[in-house]
Design a protein around this ligand. Structure first.
Ligand code: PSU
Ligand code: MN
Length: 305
């Protein structure tokens, strides 16, 4: 019995019922992560790349209080156009949004929750939330980390931006038992750049081995997800000096303006984009395509394993 608040798109439901590969996608990256119309173009292209690599895409969102696993192109356009006027929905927002019949853009956390309700195991995105710099006093730690600890969905991302404290983010994931895998690398990628100076737990080099590791985690009866960090392709990676200067300036302005809570991450992302012009947006789009492809191949391998 599926959850009474859940609507699974027929194409997605058919794939799940027949053991075919499905990849979940989040909607906060559309509404809060990129400007219109690039957000809509990117979301549609990501779905195309997933199909091209043999899986069915399921973009996840909350519309009129319904948890949607799979959106139509019209619904993706609606989210892209409404942008930041749509509520950014984390775990704590779900109940009230559903009770009131409102819309919500799903973060990594809520996309994992809804994917799991629908029976989807693999999820591709750009970056995850984590432990913010200064968290030792602000206690700003993304709910994404708790969800990775609890919910059995593999998240394929490009590592984490250094708007976060990457060292503390890794410590937190270790404490909560979340495996952090580098795809073809021993180093944690830092979203816009391929290196961070921090090590991942394991390097894995094929979608087949990723699928096997994740399947084994389920068969062992271990709870929680797995974090796959896939470095941005070399030709789209940014100059670390340029991007780190922009991030430092964004954090300075964030503190100066007293931004906190759920507004922090969207503020930092928008500032970094503003300070680096179109370059960071292009990198961001390319790394999402790269993650979509890997997630589709891994979902396929998972179904065949
Ligand atoms: N980091 C990015 N891009 C994003 C996000 C984070 O590089 O789009 C979004 C994701 O939806 C993520 C959310 O789940 O921000 C985390 O927000 P918070 O830090 O408030 O938990
Ligand atoms: Mn936060």
């Amino acid at each position: 019995m599926l959850n009474k608040f859940l609507d699974v798109k027929p194409e997605v439901a058919e794939a799940i019922a027949n053991g075919k590969p499905v990849v979940a996608l989040e909607s906060t990256i559309i509404s809060h992560g990129m400007p219109y119309p690039q957000n809509v173009q990117t979301a549609l292209e990501v779905e195309r790349i997933i199909r091209e690599n043999g899986a069915v895409p399921a973009t996840i969102a909350i519309i009129g209080g319904r948890l949607k696993a799979g959106l139509t192109p019209e619904e993706i356009e609606y989210f892209g156009k409404k942008g930041t006027t749509i509520a950014k929905a984390s775990r704590r927002d779900l109940a009230v949004l559903c009770a009131r019949g409102e819309d919500g853009a799903t973060t990594v956390t809520t996309t994992m929750i809804i994917a799991h309700m629908a029976g989807i195991k693999i999820f591709a995105t750009g970056g995850i939330g984590g432990v913010h710099r200064g968290a030792e006093t602000t206690m700003d730690i993304s709910a994404d980390l708790e969800e990775l600890a609890a919910t059995p969905v593999m998240v394929v991302c490009a590592g984490a931006k250094s708007i976060l404290d990457l060292g503390l983010t890794l410590e937190y994931l270790e404490t909560h038992g979340v495996p952090v895998i580098g795809y073809g690398t021993k180093e944690l990628p830092a979203f816009y750049t391929r290196s961070s100076g921090f090590s991942v737990d394991y390097e894995i080099d094929t979608p087949e081995e990723l699928a096997m590791a994740f399947k084994t985690q389920h068969e062992l009866g271990l709870r929680g997800g797995m974090l796959v960090t896939n470095p941005i392709p070399e030709q789209y990676s940014m100059d670390p000096k340029v991007i780190n200067a922009a991030i430092d300036e964004a954090i300075r302005q964030c503190n100066e303006n007293g931004i906190h809570g759920k507004a922090t991450t969207p503020f930092l992302l928008a500032k970094v984009k503003e300070l680096t012009g179109g370059d960071s947006l292009e990198s961001n789009i390319r790394l999402v395509y790269n993650n979509a492809r890997l997630a589709a191949l891994t979902a396929k391998a998972y179904c065949e394993a």
